[in-house]
Write a protein that binds this ligand. Structure first.
Ligand SMILES: O=C(O)CCC(=O)C(=O)O
Length: 260
């Protein structure tokens, strides 16, 4: 499993705020997911739009629950994703939510500079010990609006967020200072590559002005010691995650081709 390679070194996550694992999912596995997702009517029905500040529409489908037989849930509970995330965050993690980002050709909107913990802080999470794993389903390039990160910016701690359009963005003055201090990295990714990143890492993405879609699955995790101090928040409180082994995940994803 690629996640045990030196690239999954927790020190790199601490220093940079992210770790890229190339080929976490092989072409057959991610190909199965891609084919299934593109015709998945339930996903399409559940998706909704978040308008960016320039009027671009970015579509996403977010789930707090892990449904039986659901391939996105299988990935979110897989050892392949969960174990590296737990190593990076230094504790057992649980599923906070997962979402498919559907950045469509020509209309897919931008995401403003933000930290995920900037959103999650208000959900009663008192530590920033939270993270996301973005898995490229389509190829992600600068042209179709790949994720951009400011390398090491998680060291700034949480920045205040305010509403811009239908999204919340980090305080622009702080963002400007961060841009002057941290390297801007365009996370171009092949299908199956995965980016693990810390909840305080500043990130954004451009509109998709290309002719190609940019779909990605983002699985978000909280640590056990950071169980929200409120109940009935926007995302779940701690409950142990039932992990899916690699062989079962592989069979699930390969088998999706038969469901399309
Ligand atoms: O998919 C993207 O372009 C950005 C998504 C993002 O930053 C988020 O959901 O927090």
């Amino acid at each position: 499993m690629p996640a045990t390679t030196p690239a999954a070194d927790p020190q790199a996550f601490l220093d940079d705020g992210y770790v890229m694992v190339r080929g976490l999912f092989n072409p057959d596995e991610i190909g199965g997911l891609l084919q299934f997702a593109k015709i998945d009517q339930e996903l399409a029905r559940e998706s909704y739009v978040r308008r960016d500040s320039q009027g671009g529409d970015t579509r996403l489908a977010l789930r707090n629950d892990l449904r039986d037989g659901d391939p996105y849930a299988a990935i979110a509970r897989s050892r392949r994703v969960v174990e590296p995330m737990a190593r990076f965050l230094g504790d057992e993690v649980y599923h906070y939510h997962h979402k498919m980002m559907l950045k469509e050709p020509r209309i897919g909107g931008a995401w403003e500079w933000h930290q995920d913990y900037g959103y999650w802080y208000d959900n009663g999470c008192i530590f920033p010990d939270m993270g996301s794993c973005l898995i490229a389903v389509d190829r992600a390039t600068r042209e179709n609006g790949c994720l951009q990160v400011l390398r090491g910016s998680q060291r700034l701690g949480r920045i205040n967020h305010t509403k811009t359009g239908q999204q919340a963005g980090a305080d622009p003055q702080r963002v400007e200072a961060a841009i002057a201090r941290f390297e801007l990295v365009y996370c171009e990714m092949d299908p199956g590559d995965a980016l693990f990143f810390h909840g305080n890492l500043l990130h954004r993405s451009d509109q998709n002005t290309s002719d190609y879609p940019r779909w990605s699955l983002i699985c978000c995790y909280n640590t056990k010691h950071n169980d929200p101090i409120i109940r009935d928040g926007r995302h779940p409180n701690y409950s142990p995650l039932e992990l899916l082994d690699d062989e079962t995940l592989h069979r699930t994803l390969i088998g999706l081709k038969e469901r399309v």
